[in-house]
Write a protein that binds this ligand. Sequence first.
Ligand SMILES: [Zn+2]
Length: 302
Amino acid sequence: MKVVYSSDFLKHDFEGNPERAARVLAIKHALDAKGFGDYIEAKPASEKELLKVHTKHLLAELKERSERGLGSIDNPFSKETYEIAKLSAGSAIIAAKHASEFAFSLARPPGHHAGKDFFEGFCYLNNIAIAVASLLKNYSRILVIDFDLHLGQGTQDIFTGSEAVYYFSMHQDAGTIYPWRDFPIRDNTTKLVPLQPGTADAEYLKIFEKGLKEISQSFEPELIACSAGFDIFYADRFYVGSQLNITNPETFKKIGSIISNAKLPCFAVLEGGYHLETLGLLARKFLEGLVYEGSDSLSSAQ
Ligand SMILES: [Zn+2]
């Protein structure tokens, strides 16, 4: 398992913001404690790679806001923000290149709420979409699985209408949590599964496994790209209100093993997950499931 990382991810950090530098450190410590992962240094994405997904307008706006430090609570900016967002996107591209060995982009800021021409929800550039776009010359059918608590409306926006990329999202009903509105499905390569608050581990896994099986049969993906968000865990709540009720860390291992059972090249990128006391454990469980369970057909997986 390759892990793409850079200590520069720590430079984008804002006091009091849940999406903080300590998140990647928590995961890194949990992986290092088990000697898990073969590290690769992240490199920034090029403008050409970003423009496969985003508009010139968005890139110019991010650059300008970064220079001027013009941000909000959901999307704070410092002088480093745009550079670190490009580094996070580039990290995902490197993970995508190593999908046949399984790879994880241990990067931030996250990306799945950033669309072609908009940025929201702690996200600036859509890392997974940029990485998937970088693979489309070599693959004709890529499945994006998003198990973050929140709907990845940015990823949906980017790939709506693309027959080469299927977007499968399991998330809490977007009428009950951010992004607080519905995004209708407009093509045959999108499956959104809105879950009601209170949905627990066994039911979650059953729905996930069934959904993945159906898509595997109908779409026949050649590669899986995974938006891995760990905020579905019950302890991870900075919103007031009820959420999903995923209480067992082993559920993340099972998510990994269900994906692994598809026996396809796979890479994952970090999205949400803000509870620092459990984030490292949950991410490690997920990666262990991905690598050690049901992956015997991939000769280089270790
Ligand atoms: Zn989230």
